[in-house]
Write a protein that binds this ligand. Structure first.
Ligand SMILES: [Cu+2]
Length: 130
């Protein structure tokens, strides 16, 4: 005996009620809010509290400090490329082309990290993590 099943066409039977909200419901989500603004600032004024490094006229303008592991925005206001490179420790090395913006993660360990530009060794600064 052979049973022959009829092919049922169900492709068009889409239920619109099957899709529920997909908002993430993370438990204990302690990520800090990523509230940095990437809008270029013609004035070059430092934003208090923002983890932003601005490079302008071959100089670093660094915030007073950043939080451990914070996402740090680096904006290069020069036409020349620069880097934000950890000199002795920290392990970060970020190239920022002229007029570009990059984001990198600050070290998790609190401390003062000397930074230097790989292209222009006279460019030095410090990133304070605390
Ligand atoms: Cu440079």
């Amino acid at each position: 005996m052979t049973w022959i099943n009829r092919t049922l066409t169900v492709a068009a039977a889409v239920s619109m009620a099957a899709i529920s909200g997909c908002a993430a419901q993370d438990e204990a989500n302690s990520d800090p809010p990523a509230a940095s603004s990437t809008a270029p600032s013609a004035s070059g004024s430092a934003q208090t509290g923002a983890a932003v490094i601005t490079i302008k006229d071959f100089k670093y303008e660094v915030p007073a400090s950043v939080k451990p592991g914070a996402m740090v925005t680096v904006t290069n206001a020069d036409s020349a490329p620069h880097t934000v490179t950890a000199k002795d420790k920290g392990g970060f090395d970020n190239e920022v082309r002229g007029g570009a913006t990059v984001i990198f993660q600050a070290p998790d360990a609190p401390g003062e990290y000397d930074i230097i530009c790989s292209f222009h060794p006279q460019m030095t600064g410090a990133l304070v993590v605390k």
